[in-house]
Write a protein that binds this ligand. Structure first.
Ligand code: GTB
Length: 216
């Protein structure tokens, strides 16, 4: 059955792989599943046809046969559960890999989202600088704790898993800020993720969409 995902017709991240279809593309590339992409304008994302698939009018979504789901974390987990390559066979190791998915999407990512919301929605407020430094302190604390846990391992729990896919994706959100530079093992961890052939194929595919939209 054909897998179809949705992505921005013209991504605000300008093809830097930060929009969340990238995580789904990466997972599909890791497990070797071909997929189609339906590109959406911001207007189309808020229309009934898309709202029926994604009640918040966002990308990405995932359709396969009579299954339609949304939330990139749920989509990536679905892919990992139905195809070999992203979850260990051993039940305990599997549970730990899933734990890292949640750690990435909640404990690690939340303050990063707060930082971006503060920048775009509150950047002109007189108290913005104070808020920004408070949020960045929370992010640094999480980075420090993660760096301690990762130590000199390649991946968070043995072999590369869906937990690493989500964690690297989340850390990429702050790569441009310089905050990762204080944690060389985390920088190297992110670089290992980006060096994976599946990541590179996914990145190239989403960049090609932006390049085509910009030249058209
Ligand atoms: N929790 C949902 C999920 O994981 O699927 C969140 C989905 C989401 O935030 N989608 C965003 C969206 O559709 C795009 S990815 N936004 C449109 C809207 O809400 O109207 C988030 C994103 C957007 C832009 C950048 N960027 O420019 O760097 C990075 C990430």
């Amino acid at each position: 059955m054909t897998i179809t995902i949705t992505a921005f017709e013209r991504s605000p991240d300008r093809g830097r792989g930060l929009a969340r279809d990238m995580r789904v593309r990466w997972a599909l590339e890791e497990v070797g599943q071909p997929y189609d992409v339906r590109l959406l304008s911001f207007k189309a994302m808020k229309e009934p046809a898309h709202l029926a698939l994604q009640p918040f009018g966002q990308i990405p979504t995932y359709e396969e046969g009579d299954l339609a789901i949304f939330e990139s974390g749920a989509i990536v987990l679905h892919i990992a559960q139905h195809h070999a390559g992203l979850l260990p066979e051993n039940p305990n190791a599997r549970a730990r890999a899933i734990t890292w998915v949640f750690a990435a999407l909640t404990t690690m990512e939340q303050p990063m989202i707060d930082r971006e919301i503060a920048k775009f929605m509150e950047g002109d407020q007189p108290w913005y600088e104070q808020r920004r430094s408070m949020i960045e302190e929370r992010i640094r604390q999480r980075l420090k704790e993660l760096a301690v846990r990762l130590g000199d391992a390649d991946w968070l729990d043995g072999e590369f898993s869906v937990g690493d896919l989500e964690m690297v994706s989340v850390l990429l959100r702050v790569k441009g800020s310089g905050m990762l530079d204080d944690y060389p093992n985390l920088s190297a961890y992110v670089a290992r993720g980006e060096a994976r052939p599946a990541y590179k194929r996914a990145f190239a595919a989403q960049l090609a969409v932006f390049t085509a939209a910009s030249s058209g």
